[in-house]
Design a protein around this ligand. Structure first.
Ligand code: B12
Length: 297
């Protein structure tokens, strides 16, 4: 996928004249850089941010290499949540990967946040797909393929987000040993990247001392831990206490969430919190980003 486009290509994608586009750039509404040869270039991430913020319809997504959006008709009303869930479920359960990616990307371009997409359609559809495995072997195959499609979709989003500015806060996170669930930790990374963090996702099955070490190494301000597989409370408590101690010592926040997270597993410390959803994670992260300039001055 190309990462930068000419003003002509961006203008074609949203159905406006090149002169309008140049005016928005001059007004500071759209970031435009210059190549060594002096040609104007617009990063895909900046074009996407502009489309979301200005509410511009994407009339020719192919001009930006967003082939999967060719079925999303510009000017059409946004489908309701139930329709989105049904369409996404249909796409994922039939292995229509491009259609699934297109659906989610369309909602993002039309203003939904990454957190809303994760807590909404992605979570709903994965939960629904989870009910299939009990009934047939093909249900298991669908569940695995759907997980892979969601992983691809979220990774594609991460590539579409602007590169965080130097000095942006760092977040590091993972799922613990014997926890094979990849999506929840990847969702945390995507949501935090959407909030402007540099993110380092260590993924599933990560020893907790490795997570603590990565938090120290990358000077993380936030460390997330996603718990989706059962953890014995008696074994979890000391391991989590040790992790919390190391994270606290480097001045970071430890955020624990996931289907299997229980507040009782955690120490009652100011720098350790338990939250339930990507929306709450985004709100917490927004608070940290807002506080950042005051802390560094
Ligand atoms: C995909 C999947 C798998 C895949 C995972 C592949 C992969 N690479 O990730 C594999 C094949 C490994 C798997 C294995 C098993 N699975 Co499974 N799996 C699922 C499925 C369909 C989706 C999981 C998922 O990704 N969900 C999407 C996530 C994002 O949703 P979420 O976890 O609810 O997360 C949300 C919040 O909790 C929160 N959140 C999550 N993490 C964090 C972290 C922070 C910091 C914060 C703030 C918030 C937060 O935000 C998220 C978005 O809203 C679920 C169905 C379901 N209900 O989830 C079954 C499900 C979890 N599996 C189930 C079962 C039974 C199993 C197996 C035992 C099957 C077997 N017989 O082997 C094994 C057990 C594995 C283990 N060690 O625990 C059951 C569990 C039932 C139960 N009582 O808990 C479920 C519910 C299916 C079902 N309906 O029965 N599974």
């Amino acid at each position: 996928m190309r990462s930068a486009f000419s003003p002509k290509e961006v203008a074609r994608a949203i159905g406006v004249s090149e002169s309008s586009l140049r005016r928005w750039a001059d007004e500071g509404k759209l970031n435009v850089s210059r190549t060594a040869g002096g040609h104007r270039r617009i990063a895909l991430a900046d074009a996407i941010r502009f489309i979301r913020e200005s509410g511009s319809p994407l009339v020719e997504p192919q001009a930006l290499g967003l082939e999967e959006l060719r079925h999303a008709e510009a000017g059409q009303d946004l489908p309701g949540p139930a329709q989105v869930d049904e369409a996404l479920y249909h796409a994922l359960s039939h292995g229509h990967l491009a259609e699934a990616r297109g659906l989610v990307l369309n909602l993002y371009l039309r203003g939904q946040s990454m957190a809303e997409l994760c807590d909404g359609p992605l979570r709903t559809v994965m939960h629904r797909l989870g009910e299939l495995w009990e009934h047939s072997r093909s249900g298991i195959a669908l569940e695995h393929a759907a997980t892979d499609t969601c992983i691809q979709t979220l990774n594609q989003f991460r590539n579409l987000l602007p590169v965080p500015a130097p000095g942006s806060p760092v977040a590091v996170g993972a799922a613990p040993p014997d926890d094979p669930y990849a999506l929840p930790s990847l969702m945390c990374a995507t949501v935090l990247s959407d909030m402007g963090f540099h993110t380092v996702n260590l993924g599933p099955n990560t020893p907790l001392d490795v997570l603590a070490g990565a938090g120290e190494q990358f000077r993380a301000r936030l460390v997330w831990l996603s718990l989706s597989a059962p953890m014995h409370e008696s074994r979890a408590r000391p391991a989590l206490a040790e992790l919390a101690e190391r994270i606290g010592a480097c001045g970071a926040q430890l955020v624990v969430g996931g289907r299997r997270a229980r507040p009782a597993m955690l120490l009652r410390e100011d720098h350790v919190i338990h939250i339930g959803s990507m929306g709450e994670l985004a709100a917490f992260a927004r608070g940290m980003v807002a506080k950042a300039p005051a802390e560094t001055s």
